[in-house]
Write a protein that binds this ligand. Structure first.
Ligand code: BV8
Length: 227
């Protein structure tokens, strides 16, 4: 049984991280085009650094929840037959025990040097323009994929989608591409599809939809898989 799981901001909501589009979501306070595009970073790097430095600080104060931990148990069971792809830039899957997490949109706790192109694990702020540990240039940016930029590792994700038996989407609104198209690649390959979401889209492309909070639905689904 080859399984691809795609997660979105909804899986981290109960850990205390705001989603993007829900009430009090990140996009309520910020226009994505002014904080999450390369053009925005060129125009006002201070604003963009503040946006990501604040999220990095909040991330340090939250913990993984039962949904993250359940997926780590599923990984132990399925091994290489599970590909966990997340749109989230938080590290709660790893802190929840998952060993292999594919961060399609990058990681908040990573800094990317635009001068020497190296990446560095990073937990502090970037707003004060710290020097790159490798080349010394004050040229670090958040290692996240902004709108208009190519998501990471699309080839391996495509290969897994074309080879999977089951595709499961957890806590994602399915409006940002190419991630929002993954369900169609899976269906096109004859895979079964399942959506776990607090407020699923009424018109769903998924074969099965389970409504409810991730901390309830994900452990229940994983128990079924393990049984
Ligand atoms: C690209 C990192 C070229 C940074 C992010 C017009 C049509 C189609 C596409 C486009 C278009 N114009 C532009 C595009 C492309 C664009 C796009 O899709 N725009 C949208 C807005 C229309 N995409 C891009 O630019 C991508 N790059 O296209 O490059 C390319 C690519 C491939 C091949 C060739 C060329 C890059 C997109 C990545 C941008 N970076 N994040 C950061 O984090 O700041 S996107 C960011 O927003 C997230 O990573 C995530 O992807 C998205 C948010 O979505 P969700 O995670 O789903 O969160 P949301 O708040 O929306 O929903 C939460 C869900 O959880 C809800 O359903 C809710 O009901 C549920 N929920 C809430 N609580 C719970 C819960 N569920 C369970 N339990 C709970 N407790």
């Amino acid at each position: 049984m080859k399984v691809v799981v795609l997660t979105g901001a909804g899986i981290s909501a109960e850990s205390g991280l705001p989603t993007f589009r829900d009430a009090a979501g990140l996009w309520e306070g910020h226009d994505p085009m002014t904080v999450a595009t390369p053009e925005a970073f060129a125009a006002d790097p201070d604003l963009v650094h503040r946006f990501y430095d604040e999220r990095r600080e909040v991330l340090a104060r939250v913990q993984p929840n039962a949904a993250h931990q359940a997926l780590a148990r599923l990984e132990q069971h399925l091994g290489e037959d599970l590909l966990l792809v997340t749109q989230n830039v938080d590290d709660l899957h790893e802190r929840g025990g998952s060993q292999r997490v594919h961060h399609l949109h990058g990681r908040l706790r990573s800094a990317w040097c635009t001068s020497c192109d190296r990446r560095h694990d990073w937990s502090n702020s970037l707003g004060d323009r710290p020097p790159c540990p490798a080349c010394g240039q004050p040229a670090l940016r958040p290692d996240v994929v902004w709108f208009g930029e190519m998501p990471y590792g699309m080839d391996s994700v495509h290969a897994a989608l074309f080879d999977c038996d089951l595709f499961v989407a957890i806590g994602t609104s399915g409006v940002v591409y190419p991630a929002a198209a993954f369900v169609h690649y899976a269906i096109g390959n004859g895979a079964d599809t399942l959506e776990l979401n607090l407020a699923p889209d009424p018109v769903s492309d998924f074969a099965q939809v389970r409504q409810g909070p991730a901390t309830e639905n994900v452990p229940a689904w994983v128990e079924e898989m393990l049984r």
